[in-house]
Design a protein around this ligand. Structure first.
Ligand SMILES: [Zn+2]
Length: 223
């Protein structure tokens, strides 16, 4: 659990008698240096309720609008469309074919030169051109492979998250095992008292897929 403002871990504190009802979290930087970060005090019980509610909302959406959830998350993860992935794969294939062709051409001019059919000067020039083109293509191949791998992994991450989420569809209370499986980090904002009431927001970074845009998902709900 982290402070949403300074990024430091939250400090876990309990009241004098050590009872859990009094337990709370606050920004650890605030506890060390009051001037460097403000208070982010939140009761453990309040935080637990907020996290549970967040998870229940997410599970509810996945249960009812699975395809829409996947669609929104794919967009959020800036997943290239299947089309784009295909374009990358085709480009990769083209590059690999051309690299193989260049290798053959290189052998050919080497032989031509050896037989005396190609001047040394011309051979030198052509081989340099081929080599430059090959280097360029090989650099592109590395970049394309990485791009494709990232795209494929993001797809898997969404699928894996949904499979995990399916196990916790009906949760009624926080379970440590579930937290470990689903959540990577929780960021707690400073309390906002501008409205006269104390309000405090949290942001949950889910494992493998990051932040889930609940408002974006809610649009579907009200549509
Ligand atoms: Zn802080």
């Amino acid at each position: 659990m982290y402070c949403a403002d300074c990024g430091e871990k939250l400090y876990y504190g309990a009241t004098n008698n050590g009872k859990r009802e009094g337990a709370f979290f606050d920004c650890s930087l605030h506890w060390k240096h009051k001037d460097k970060c403000g208070t982010h005090f939140i009761r453990e019980s309040v935080l637990e309720r907020m996290v549970l509610k967040h998870i229940q909302l997410v599970m509810g959406y996945i249960l009812r609008y699975r395809q829409h959830f996947i669609f929104v998350m794919e967009q959020q993860l800036q997943l290239e469309s299947a089309e784009k992935l295909q374009t990358s794969r085709k480009q990769l294939e083209r590059n690999e074919r051309r690299i193989a062709e260049l290798k053959r051409l290189f052998i050919k001019i080497y032989e031509d030169n050896a037989k005396g059919n190609l001047s040394d000067e011309r051979y030198e020039m052509m081989s340099q051109n081929y080599e430059a083109e090959q280097k360029q293509l090989e650099a592109e191949v590395v970049a394309l492979r990485q791009e494709i791998e990232v795209q494929e992994r993001q797809n898997e991450n969404i699928e894996r998250f949904i499979r995990t989420a399916d196990k916790y569809v009906d949760i009624e209370e926080i379970d440590p095992c579930m937290l470990r499986e689903l959540i990577k980090a929780i960021y707690v904002e400073a309390p906002d008292k501008s409205s006269g009431k104390r309000r405090q927001k949290i942001h949950i970074q889910y494992d493998g897929i990051g932040f889930i845009p609940l408002e974006e998902l809610a649009k579907k709900e009200t549509a």
